[in-house]
Each structure stands twice: as C-alpha cells, then as structure tokens.
Design a protein around this ligand. Structure first.
Ligand code: FES
Length: 165
C-alpha cells in the first residue's frame, strides 16, 4: 500500500489514514488487537474503509482476507460509508404494530431518501431498520446515533431530526 507524506492513502480514494495509524499505535499490533482496532476505526470513520483494512492487515502482519473476514462476520461493522446521523428504526413486533412504517416514511420524506433504507447523497443521514431495540415499552422506538427516542410519531420524528441540525 502506498501512502503520501500527508498520511493520505496513495490511491485515488484520498482517505486520510493518519487516525488509523494512531489507533494501531494505541492498541498494539498483536493479532488479538484486531477487533478493538476495527471498532475504533469504525467509530472514527463511521465505516471500515478498504484502505484502512489493508493498512491494519499490513501492520498486524495478517492477511487482508483475515481482516475482511472479521469485518464482515460481525454485524457491528460496516463496509459502506454511513451518514453523520445514523437513524435506526426498530422493526420489531411491538414497534411494527404501533406504526413504525409511518415513521419510516416521515424520515425518508424529511431527509430526502427515496430508498427504504440507505444513506443520503450529502452523507448526513443513514436510515436503517433493525430488530427489537429492547425498548418495547417505548414503541415505536428509534435510535439516532446513541440516543433513544421513544413513543415516536411522524411529527415527533421530524422534530427530532430538525433538532439535529
Ligand atoms: S419491538 Fe421495538 S423496541 Fe422492541
């Protein structure tokens, strides 16, 4: 892997890998450091860039296939870029019965997302549906980044997104 002097990946992606190097320095280069490193890189970039995974493999002395295998095995990791705000709408039974569909529609309308889920082109929002959040008494429930929003309706949902901005 080639890198420029400013820490950016030498290929066309232009991703700054400086933080990846710092995270590897902080965590160490033993093979059992792989998952903590991936977690921190994901926290930093909101996904696992391919170039970051290649650098991690190189520094830990393991194959890129091993890193890729771990990254794809655990649901907590994403290989796709995510928005600044990750909106997870619960699709569990209680939330479904209490109208999560109207909330999903309100979110899509508010953030301008045509697809049922995915990331807006300005990289501000990622909309996902997830299984039970464990907050059924608050159904319908939504999480935006780490904050839980309970007993949502379309109006409250749009207001919550407005507050983010
Ligand atoms: S079903 Fe939505 S929080 Fe449990």
């Amino acid at each position: 892997m080639t890198q420029t002097n400013d820490g950016k990946c030498g290929c066309c992606c232009g991703i700054d890998l400086t933080r990846v190097k710092e995270i590897i320095s902080e965590c160490g280069t033993k093979e059992n450091c792989l998952i903590p490193i991936l977690q921190k890189v994901q926290d930093e970039y909101r996904y696992l860039p391919e170039e970051a995974m290649a650098l991690i493999a190189e520094k830990l002395g393991i194959s890129p296939a091993t890193v890729f295998g771990v990254a794809t095995f655990y649901a907590q990791f994403s290989l796709d870029p995510k928005g600044k705000y990750i909106i997870k709408v619960c699709n569990g039974t209680a939330c479904h019965v209490r109208g999560n569909k109207t909330i999903i529609d309100a979110i899509r309308n508010r953030i301008g997302l045509e697809a049922q889920s995915g990331t807006t082109s300005d990289m501000m929002y990622t909309l996902e549906t997830v299984s039970c959040l464990g907050a059924c008494s608050l159904a319908p429930a939504v999480i935006i980044n780490d904050k839980v929003y309970g007993t949502m309706n379309p109006t409250k949902m749009v207001a919550a997104i407005d507050e983010l901005e």
